[in-house]
Write a protein that binds this ligand. Structure first.
Ligand SMILES: [Zn+2]
Length: 251
């Protein structure tokens, strides 16, 4: 077994790149507030957490705190589960590495997100960052460090996702930039060079490979003790009429 750091991303439907945050993938008008699909998923996720009591990190998009339904739900979750920590999944869900480099814009967004999330989560806040939709380029690393973050969990080291890694489409260049900036890098679990996290959990045939890799994971630990890192979306808990669970052998 492999001690694993579990994390979930809090994206609502309006954050998905097809809706907003990407220069070519985003079509149409972004929605507001918490969607009905998300509300159902939040209930199912909470039920699962109450029954398993696992330790995990929720990567939150700071703009979700403006929505009362989401912020009340998260506050109650954090108060009931002191083992849960909060990291930053952006101020918005802007896919930074899909746009030309913008150090000033990224720094301003990260500092604002950091202040809002820290204030909200208090002792449960951690200076940990996950780039929206996993879009991270080498130029972003020193900016993430400058904004006060200590750990990055954005790298999905697979050839399938290399377009997200900036101008050289090279995950090793991103990892080196993170290291050179003094950040701890926690890349997502892959198998046979293929992704196993996030959307890979529900895209056939990646889902088969993902499930077999996840079965070998456990127990749940924090990043400093972890051998592997995986994530899924709170929205996933709305699948199969709310019965969906991450394919772990525990929890
Ligand atoms: Zn996301």
């Amino acid at each position: 077994m492999q001690p694993v750091w579990l994390s979930v991303d809090s994206d609502d439907l309006r954050h998905i790149p097809s809706s907003q945050g990407h220069p070519t993938r985003s079509k149409g008008v972004g929605h507001q507030g918490t969607s009905d699909q998300m509300k159902k998923a939040m209930l199912s996720f909470r039920k699962w957490l109450d029954s398993t009591q696992v330790s995990l990190t929720v990567f939150v998009i700071a703009d979700q705190l403006d929505d009362e339904i989401f912020s009340k739900w998260l506050k109650d979750l954090l108060d009931s589960h002191p083992q849960i920590t909060v990291g930053c999944h952006g101020l918005t869900h802007r896919c930074w590495s899909a746009f030309p480099p913008d150090e000033q814009g990224l720094l301003a967004a990260l500092v604002e997100a950091d202040v809002q999330l820290h204030q909200f989560a208090g002792d449960q806040w951690r200076p940990w960052f996950r780039a929206p939709a996993g879009y991270i380029a080498p130029w972003m690393a020193p900016v993430i460090a400058k904004a006060g973050f200590e750990l990055d969990s954005s790298v999905n080291p697979s050839w399938l996702t290399r377009k997200k890694a900036g101008p050289w489409k090279d995950w090793n260049a991103v990892k080196k930039a993170l290291k050179d900036s003094g950040l701890v890098s926690m890349p997502w679990l892959t198998k046979f060079g293929l992704p196993t996290c996030g959307p890979a959990l529900s895209i056939f045939p990646l889902s088969l490979i993902a499930k077999s890799a996840w079965k070998k994971l456990g127990p749940a630990v924090m990043p400093d003790e972890a051998v592997a890192t995986v994530y899924w979306h709170i929205l996933d808990h709305g699948r199969n009429k709310g019965t969906w669970k991450p394919p772990l052998n525990f929890g």
